[in-house]
Write a protein of this length. Sequence first.
Length: 49
Amino acid sequence: MRTVENADKIIVLKEGKIIEEGKPEELIKKDGEFTKMLNFQKESLDFKI
């Protein structure tokens, strides 16, 4: 996810359809699927096996 945070434009697909698109900072403000993915990635850093 860190890689896509630096992208010019992100397109988020769900079931083959575009559900969000825009600059990372725009998508984070929307609190949509992109933000959910970022939050999950951050939470997963604390997972232990």
